[in-house]
Design a protein around this ligand. Structure first.
Ligand code: SAM
Length: 237
């Protein structure tokens, strides 16, 4: 049960993530909190992970066994030359929210103060494991996995992020957190990549929309679609 993202938003988010499976690069979630959305994204990648055979065909994934579509009657399958395994990189301070800035000022309530939404990294990694997901410290080549990073977003180093990003879920609630997330994702985003920012149009968290709108002013090559409180950013073709 996720108390941060509605069921409709979750369905829309997973639909977008599904579309990004064919885009080169990994998935990232900036602001994972208890890991509820991370579990769903991780399961999506786990289900989609499959080896790539020399003919370039995608393989059928029947449960745990990957079957080459053309040669499934052959005992000696060709060796896979690569894989479609993506890694999910998730980030959080695991110290709750940082301080609000003036861009977060809202007449709609005084929630989301510094230190709120605190959860430990251990709680999240244990939960991910309980859901059958693999935690790793670096991307794995033969299966999908989740890399969990504890850091304030503005302290992340290049090595903490994947080289290429296919899908980014930015859910840091506040202006500075969303702005930093977009700055981190942008140079790594694949041409067909998708960025989803949560809380656009959420009157309690106006900093999210302000961060997206500022981003769009300086990046006119991006288009914005809004679905519920999800801001969907993609590069214009
Ligand atoms: C709304 S919750 C994320 C919910 C989660 N995506 C989900 O769907 O269940 C926001 C999280 O972002 C984290 N966060 C916000 N700003 C951050 C920052 N600047 N650096 C690191 N973590 C941050 C908070 O600690 C919090 O756990």
């Amino acid at each position: 049960m996720n108390d941060q993202v509605t069921p409709q938003e979750t369905a829309a988010l997973l639909d977008l993530a599904n579309q990004a499976l064919s885009v080169p690069g990994d998935f990232v979630e900036l602001g994972c909190y208890r890991g509820d959305t991370s579990i769903l994204l991780g399961q999506l990648l786990q289900k989609a992970a499959r080896p790539l055979y020399p003919c370039g065909k995608a393989v059928e994934n029947s449960g745990k066994t990957s079957v080459h579509p053309v040669e499934n009657s052959c005992k000696n399958l060709p060796a896979p030359v690569g894989n479609l395994c993506k890694t999910l990189w998730i980030y959080d301070s695991f110290a709750g929210l940082p301080e609000k800035t003036r861009e977060d000022a809202s007449g709609a309530g005084t929630n989301f103060q510094s230190g709120e939404l605190f959860v430990t990294k251990r709680e999240v990694t244990d939960k991910l494991r309980r859901h059958g997901l693999k935690i790793s410290s670096h991307p794995l080549t033969d299966t999908s996995s989740i890399i969990v990073k504890k850091a304030w977003f503005d302290q992340l180093q290049a090595a903490d992020l994947p080289d290429r990003i296919a899908f980014a879920f930015c859910d840091g609630d506040l202006y500075s957190s969303i702005t930093t997330s977009l700055q981190l994702v942008l140079p790594r985003l694949s041409p067909q990549g998708i960025i989803v920012v949560h809380d656009y149009n959420n009157p309690e968290l106006p900093g999210s929309a302000r961060a997206v709108d500022s981003f769009l002013k300086t990046h006119p090559d991006f288009t914005l679609k809004v679905h519920y409180t999800l801001a969907i950013l993609t590069k214009k073709c």
